[in-house]
Write a protein that binds this ligand. Sequence first.
Ligand code: SAH
Length: 428
Amino acid sequence: MARPAYSLTLDLEGRRVVVVGGGPVAARRAQGLLAAGAAVQVVAPWVCEDVQQLVDDGRVRWEQREYVAGDLLTPEPAWLVQTATGDPAVDAQVAREAAAARIWCVQAGDGRASSAWTPAVARGAAGSPAEGITVAVSAAGDPRRAMAVRDAVSAALDSGTLPVRGTRRTPEPGGSDHVAGRVALVGGGPGAEDLITVRGRALLAAADVVVADRLGPRGLLRDLAAEVEVVDVGKTPGNHPVSQQRINELLVHHARLGRRVVRLKGGDPFVLGRGGEEALYCVRHGVAVEVVPGVTSAVSVPAAAGIPVTHRGITASFVVASAHDGADDVLRAAADAAPDATLVLLMGVTGLERTAKALVAAGRPESTPVALVERGWTADQRTTTTTLGRAAADARAAGVRAPAVVVVGEVVGVRAALGDLAGVASGG
Ligand code: SAH
């Protein structure tokens, strides 16, 4: 069995590299070499359009003739040579002369005869948490296989499923050792681990500190590296929640220490989640902040129970209101909405009796269908369907508890035909 090759990364900045051949393969290789800063010289009697463009732009020097013995050594020895002439005899001649001069030679036409190979390369995108990462893949002379793996690695680098978190920091440009931290307000979605956005997931994978809520995809916290600091600010029974002021301070404090902070929130950060306040606090304190939208429970939890918040022939609008501070907010939202608009109430379990009564008093029929969807997108999702008139009694009888989304309106009826629609995450 062949021994494994030795993998190496070359610094080609300003070094002479000869490309023999002028076709599309030579063009691609020349572009890669130029991107690494090499001083590229092309030797070929003719060149394709792409190489011609590089010549016209003054980026490569072109010797317009056949390759001749000695080309690798004059005017000075090359560090590396790439052959892609399409003529096996010429490629072999170049390779022989390279070997005699101890110059590594990549042969495009015949991998087995090469002394060096270019791997398929995946790089973390600029501006993404994976920036600065290079993964080189080779597959024993099977470039398509290497490219397939490279593409998969590339996708994984972008998706945040790889541990791309940096452990050595690059100081700020300008010479000071200060490293700027930043805060990302990440909407985690309603709870299922695969309902966070790709950007949210990638930022989470690169975070130094994660400030997490009780709701949202808490399962993702398990995958974080041991050194990542997780600050749990969610309410748990018998455990007081951390105050909003304290959360704001925590975000700014960690960012000022140069850390990448992810504020992982349930649903969407800017829907009844106080994300706006957190963003304002960061801005006022000079801390860089970004928001990553999330799948809000207001729409996705009804969907998981087979309830579309709008439906042709039933209603063309919906309103979302918090029922946290009594019925007034709900009543105002309902009064301003179309009479057939779906009402979606968050934080509505505790005050359900009061809210339902108030809506009936304001003119919504007692027979209006209501759905109470608990723990959407988790294995114990449960839906109780009732009416405005009976909602409080039915919720009590069923033992409905937060977190739940309350849906009021005729769209609830669609559930009868659809049933639960959440994928594998939900247990119905
Ligand atoms: N920013 C969040 C809402 C935060 S308010 C979002 O966009 O989804 C918290 C309320 O959201 C809960 O009281 C409950 O009404 C609702 N909620 C969030 N996740 C839920 C889930 N998985 N199942 C049911 N209700 C949920």
